[in-house]
Each structure stands twice: as structure tokens, then as C-alpha cells.
Design a protein around this ligand. Structure first.
Ligand code: FDA
Length: 311
């Protein structure tokens, strides 16, 4: 309930001001975000790789309304990928990138889908030159069809383009079945956006059950599942499914967010699993931060109390 309220309230200027100016916010940002610049993100990537982890870097920003900004985000990714390659961090897909379609133009008033597809294809070409891959994040449910169309359009040229499925959506099992093809990289997560009851499960246990069903489809298929969760029960289910299906440790990977359960990240990697850390950087951290706060009841309660006391 608090989670849905915080996500819904985050559009208000008043809430944005409250969160961005709260004394504790800087510390919370530093926990979840690698820094402002590509150089800072590359430095954190190096540390993660040295500890045996993998990384997927995300240049923060979304809901771009201007084609020039979409082009600038694309150029930022291309620059980041060449920096990672020059530093020897990208080869073999050790550090890849994650891209939000609305950051590269999907939401533009005109030709949004075409612009986003062109920009994502450019980022894929830069990733290929760097020896690594791209994963397309999934945003609000209203973008799912267009995002999947873009991925289908680009995959003939870049078959390793990854995409995300959110188990909170009722369509997730069907989407996983359609995506579970040889070589198909699919990241399964619970979903971080509010959505109405017709399209999404509201109860957490329904989202979790849907996750387990979708995971079974991916793990039984010939693709490359990317299991993005910190939930201990779902991690155990994934490990059991991998064992039952006799999957080799390099035929799937676990993914977790930078700053969330770091000891578990190191434990899984130490036990021989492929563990990729989702690593955001950049100044536009507000919406990313709100989603992380909304996932953590203690943080939600803190900000809810601030809201009440500031009235
Ligand atoms: P859940 O929220 O139930 O958390 C399980 C446990 O993990 C908690 O009890 C707590 O211990 C810990 N935890 C979780 N979140 C925490 C936090 N913020 N701070 C501290 N502890 C926390 N979503 C989306 O809609 N589109 C996308 O493209 C992506 N991409 C993505 C990539 C990767 C690599 C990950 C890990 C996640 C995403 N997500 C996402 C976010 C995802 O949908 C979901 O919101 C979060 O992962 C939290 O869900 P969990 O599965 O971890 O379970």
C-alpha cells in the first residue's frame, strides 16, 4: 500500500522537492548509484569485476521528451561503451549496458518508437564493437508492446539483445514463452511500476507465484535466463530449477541491484554462479531512487513520516 502510494505521489513537485532535499537522501543515493559520471561508473565496475562479479551499467534518466536529449543519451552510452572497452572491462560481456526505451525517445510525441529503435540499434552497434551486450529495461506497462516490438526488430542484427519481463504483469508467462528461444537473453524481475488490476497482480504472493511460473518457462527453454531478484525464496527456487534441469552455471545468471544484498551477491559469485550487478550512474537519479525506496518498507515509512510532518 505504502509502496503504491509513494510511486503514485512521486510525480508531484512537492514530493520531488521533499525527497531531493531530505537530509538523508544523499546517503541513500550513494548506496544505490555509482556516481555522476561515466568515469566514476567505470571505476566501480572495475571493483565489481575484480571481486568476480559482472555488471550492467545504466545511465540514469527516463521519459525524454526531446529528440536531441534522446540522441545525447545515445551518445553517452556509446562513449561509456568505448571507455569500458578501452579499460578492458567490457570484453566477453563482463560489463554490459541496460537502456530504458523512454530515455532514448520512446515517449516522444512524434515517431517515438522509430526514434527509440534507431537509438537502441546504435547502442547495440557500439556494444558489439566493445565486445559486449545490451539489455532493454522494461518500464511502465503501457510501453510493453512497443518495447517488445523494438527488440524483435533489432534482434535479427543483434541476437544477443536482452529484454526484461515483469512478473507483476498478467501477461508475463505468455511473454516468457514467446521469448524462450535459443540464445534469447531474458531478464525476469518482479516489476517496479504501478499498474491497474486488469493488467497486473496486486498481491505480492501473486507476483511471486507468477515469477516462479515465468522462471520455469525460461529455465525449461533454450534461452539464457537472467534471474533478477533479491528474494531469498525465489533464489532458492531458481537454484533448484537449474539443478533439476541440469543447467550449466554459464547457461543462466543471477542479477541484483547495486547496493542491495551485497553480501549475498558475493556469496553467490563465490559459489560459482554468474552474478551481474545492475549499476546506475548519472545525475538524474530521482525516479530510480523512488522505486528503490518504494521496495523497502523502512525507507517508505521514513519518507511518509517526513511528508506528514512537513505539512
Ligand atoms: P522484493 O522486493 O520482494 O525484495 C526481496 C528482498 O530484497 C527484500 O526483503 C529486501 O531484503 C531486499 N530488497 C529488495 N529491494 C530492496 C531495496 N530497494 N533496498 C534494500 N533491500 C531491498 N524492474 C522493472 O520494472 N523493470 C526493469 O527493467 C528492472 N530491471 C531490474 C534489473 C535488475 C538487475 C534487478 C535486480 C531488478 C530490476 N527491476 C526492474 C526491479 C524489480 O522489478 C524489483 O522492483 C526489485 O528487484 C525488487 O524486487 P525483488 O525481486 O528483489 O523482491
Amino acid at each position: 500500500m505504502l509502496r503504491r502510494t509513494l510511486l503514485a505521489a512521486s510525480d508531484s513537485d512537492r514530493v520531488r522537492h521533499l525527497i531531493t532535499s531530505a537530509p538523508l537522501t544523499r546517503d541513500v543515493v550513494a548506496r544505490y548509484v555509482a556516481g555522476d559520471s561515466a568515469a566514476q561508473a567505470a571505476a566501480v565496475t572495475r571493483e565489481l569485476l575484480q571481486r568476480g562479479l559482472l555488471a550492467s551499467l545504466d545511465y540514469l534518466g527516463e521519459d525524454t521528451t526531446d529528440p536531441e536529449q534522446a540522441a545525447a543519451v545515445t551518445a553517452e552510452y556509446a562513449g561509456l561503451l568505448s571507455q569500458l572497452a578501452a579499460a578492458g572491462l567490457a570484453g566477453g560481456g563482463r560489463a554490459e549496458v541496460s537502456v530504458k526505451p523512454t530515455a532514448v525517445g520512446l515517449g516522444l510525441a512524434e515517431h517515438g518508437e522509430k526514434t527509440a529503435a534507431g537509438n537502441i540499434a546504435r547502442i547495440c552497434a557500439a556494444a558489439q564493437a566493445a565486445g559486449t551486450t545490451v539489455t532493454v529495461d522494461m518500464e511502465d506497462h503501457t510501453w510493453v508492446d512497443q518495447t517488445l516490438r523494438i527488440v524483435r526488430e533489432i534482434r535479427p542484427d543483434h541476437p544477443d539483445l536482452g529484454v526484461v519481463v515483469q512478473s507483476s504483469l498478467r501477461r508475463s508467462v505468455a511473454d516468457c514463452a514467446a521469448l524462450a528461444q535459443a540464445g534469447s537473453r531474458v531478464r525476469l524481475c518482479k516489476g517496479a511500476y504501478n499498474a491497474p488490476g486488469e493488467v497486473a497482480y496486486a498481491a505480492r504472493h501473486d507476483v511471486d507465484r507468477s515469477y516462479a511460473r515465468a522462471l520455469r518457462v525460461l529455465m525449461d527453454g533454450p534461452g539464457y535466463p537472467m534471474i533478477a531478484t533479491h528474494d531469498p525464496r525465489l533464489l532458492r527456487i531458481a537454484a533448484a530449477q537449474a539443478e533439476l534441469g541440469a543447467r550449466s552455471p554459464d547457461s543462466y545468471e543471477f542479477q541484483m541491484l547495486y547496493g542491495v544484498r551485497p553480501a549475498e551477491q558475493r556469496r553467490l559469485a563465490g559459489a560459482g554462479a554468474r552474478l551481474r550487478v545492475y549499476l546506475p550512474y548519472g545525475r538524474d537519479w530521482y525516479r530510480y531512487l523512488v522505486r528503490r525506496l518504494a521496495e523497502r518498507p523502512a525507507n517508505v515509512a521514513f519518507f511518509a513520516r517526513s511528508l506528514v510532518s512537513s505539512r
